[in-house]
Design a protein around this ligand. Structure first.
Ligand SMILES: C[S@@+](CC[C@H](N)C(=O)[O-])C[C@H]1O[C@@H](n2cnc3c(N)ncnc32)[C@H](O)[C@@H]1O
Length: 494
């Protein structure tokens, strides 16, 4: 029997609760192995992949535990083989860093090998052939029906000429920064069916990417044009407008005045060795960016106001793999995974929910919303399936989130579809609240990571055992829309 024990360890953690129950019926050895897995799943949904274990509590019905493949980070939908089964006895667990490395390698490989966003989740709804992840605002009468990248890019008003036409071919274009060609040299991005070359498309909110791994080129050490040179790098605060990290890695609302008084000096220190013209440009652009956002409404709301995912969540920046600061830089927050103790708890009406295991301070990072990154077409197909299954006897909660990052022109948005229904982390248990809930969803961009991520931060101080919630978006009033049981005063179903 010993020779089978290893095989149990390899295979059983991948099975769903139903399949495990069947296996347990076959013999007493398997029944014991299954019992161990069940115990482990109940004691820690995160299976050691996060810093904090995540216990599961159910005092309301007979449902044992929720089943999904645990992944602390977003991953392309195609990477089925790399999903992490959870519930093994622990000896063969991957650790957090290993898991992170695999997720990131996979995302990068997918971007390099598979053209464009095919697996990463986005396509232009107007010029569908490009798969760029850029959507035109269909309410905007001025948005032309562009039929190629050039037209698409010009339409959002963010086009500049590429300096090195050799690097462009039919399937390659650049995501540049607003700070000039110097920073875009290594920033290659694969697009699909791109007919026009010689253009770079950028937005002020898209940061530099480097898929070339050209280690002898020092120009990659930029986050939005700012060189990142030390562990006290100000990137996480300087960039991104009103919302940024403070010294305790908590999210703060920054006023223009605070930015200029407090951070100007630090910025000068960190940029002092760099080309003065770069420094000048990045500051200039930074202030322009802030000025521009002052005029727009939702970006400057205080933390404790409700934000709606569909409005486009607020954007923050953090240091990343392209920065020279160390991995424990205080402006690398989201990339370390779940930051506070949480408990998965069963509710009578809403299914599973996520609760604070300890008090959480306003502005503290809670977790990333992780899941599979899927294309728009795939997200529509899946949503249809979830609606059908959900309307049948097996009422299942889907966890497909659509993120929209509005581009500065206001005429286009970047759409990212994250499906945490079968692959995800603890964020997949967070329920909706009509009043905005106690979590603030923010788009987080870090240097060197192509995909924007959805980070969830405490909107206010949260008490121990309080349920964590945020506003998913405006409500679907269709035949498939489930009743809301959030219980808030502003709930439409109350
Ligand atoms: C991201 S999942 C949240 C976890 C889910 N409760 C579960 O058991 O897996 C989203 C699903 O939870 C359910 N849900 C979330 N918020 C709800 C609410 N306020 N009232 C009722 N159901 C809710 C819906 O079925 C929704 O599709």
């Amino acid at each position: 029997m010993h020779c089978y024990a290893d095989a149990f360890e390899q295979v059983l953690p991948w099975l769903s609760p139903q399949d495990l129950a069947l296996v347990a019926c076959t013999c007493s050895h398997l029944a014991r192995a299954v019992a161990a897995i069940t115990r482990h799943r109940l004691s820690d949904a995160a299976q050691g992949l996060e810093r904090c274990p995540v216990p599961i509590l159910n005092t309301v019905d007979a449902c044992l535990y929720p089943y999904f493949h645990y992944s602390p980070f977003c991953r392309p939908a195609a990477s089925i083989s790399r999903r992490f089964a959870w519930g093994s006895s622990g000896s063969s667990c991957l650790n957090f860093l290993e898991c992170k490395r695999i997720c990131e390698d996979e995302a990068r490989r997918n971007l390099q090998l598979v053209h464009g966003f095919q697996n990463a989740g986005c396509c232009c709804s107007v010029c569908g052939s490009h798969n760029l992840g850029i959507e035109h605002d269909t309410n905007d009468a001025a948005a032309p029906l562009a039929t190629n990248l050039q037209a698409c890019a010009q339409d959002i008003g963010e086009v500049t000429r590429c300096q090195d036409p050799k690097m462009l071919d039919a399937s390659t274009f650049f995501l540049g920064s607003p700070f000039g060609p110097q920073e875009t040299r290594n920033s290659r991005f694969s697009g699909r069916n791109v007919e026009h070359s010689g253009s770079a498309i950028y937005t002020r909110r898209v940061i530099l990417e480097d898929f070339g791994h050209n280690s002898d080129d020092a120009t990659i050490n930029y986050v939005n044009g700012l060189p990142c040179q030390a562990s006290a790098c100000p990137c996480g605060r300087m960039i991104g407008g009103e919302l940024a990290y403070d010294e305790d890695s908590r999210l703060q609302l920054l006023t223009k005045k605070r930015m200029s008084d407090k951070f100007h000096k630090e910025h000068d220190q960190h940029c002092s060795k760099s080309d003065p013209s770069v420094q000048h440009r990045c500051l200039k652009e930074q202030w322009k960016f802030v000025d521009k956002k002052d005029a727009s409404s939702n970006q400057s709301k205080p933390l404790n106001m409700p934000y709606d995912l569909e409005e486009g969540p607020p954007l923050i920046f953090e240091c990343g793999v392209l920065c020279s600061c160390s991995s424990n830089c205080r402006y690398r927050v989201l990339q370390h995974g779940l930051a506070v103790p949480v408990i998965v708890k069963r509710h009578c009406s809403k299914g599973w929910g996520l609760h604070a295991g300890k008090p959480i301070k306003q502005g503290a990072f809670v977790c990333e919303y992780s899941g599979e990154l899927v294309t728009i077409a795939e997200s529509r197909r899946r949503q249809k399936t979830y609606d059908t299954v959900g309307s049948g006897k097996r009422k299942c909660g889907s966890a497909l989130l659509i993120l929209r990052e509005h581009l500065p022109s206001g005429k286009a948005s970047l759409r990212v579809n994250i499906d945490a229904t079968e692959v995800g982390n603890v964020a997949r248990f967070i329920n909706h609240s009509c009043d905005g809930g106690n979590l603030l969803p923010c788009l987080v961009r870090s240097a060197g990571s192509f995909f924007p991520k959805l980070g969830l931060f405490a909107r206010r101080n949260i008490q121990e055992m309080e349920e964590l919630s945020f506003r998913y978006g405006s409500r679907n009033e269709g035949p498939h829309s489930p009743a809301c049981f959030c219980g808030s005063l502003s709930c439409q179903d109350m």
